[in-house]
Design a protein around this ligand. Sequence first.
Ligand code: TYD
Length: 204
Amino acid sequence: MSKGFFITFEGADGCGKTTQINLLDKYLRDKGYKTLLTREPGAKGLGVKLREILLNYDGEVSPTCESFLFLADRAQHVDCIIKPAIEQGIIVLCDRHTDSTVAYQGYGRGLDIEQIKKLNNIAVGDIKPDLTIIFDVDIETSMTRVGKEKDRMESSGIDFFKRVRNGFLEIAKQEPERVKVINSAQSIEKIHEQVTELIENVIG
Ligand code: TYD
């Protein structure tokens, strides 16, 4: 059996990536591919409990603790869900992964970027995305889409989200082979076309 692919989708809150992942999933299934649509934090089982803490716990959470919780969720997700699926020849579409921890906990919360990257490497082992698409959105649009009902992460403030956006763009500059940026200020159809083109270059 041929090996599957691992594609990750990143971007600030409200960047429209979930809509695009769903469209891509349908596109690939219609073409006869087997896919697995999954997310971080909280794909399944233990991850759902970690997600609940990460997004809804209302007491103090230190940035280091926050990082380790995202990383714990990632390690479980890779070992129990992502790796077995790739080995079965499935195309795994993952809503957020390692780059979110670099952008949010590194650039956003101000933790050491290189250290976060090392911890990410421990969490994922030899599983690395074949392609990462970052949906870039301006902060005003992002905040409008998030709306008034904010979870713990979304309540971190405008300056935090500016650093996160800049973090994602820095990651794309550092790894242009793996990481591609799509401007989210376009129609859903136009963005979908660009997403499918990028995917076809990798799986085709
Ligand atoms: P979610 O509701 O899944 O947001 P979205 O639909 O925007 O993906 O919430 C995930 C939140 O967790 C989001 O604010 C980004 C944040 N996050 C981190 O801060 N670090 C991480 O490593 C990951 C995976 C997510």
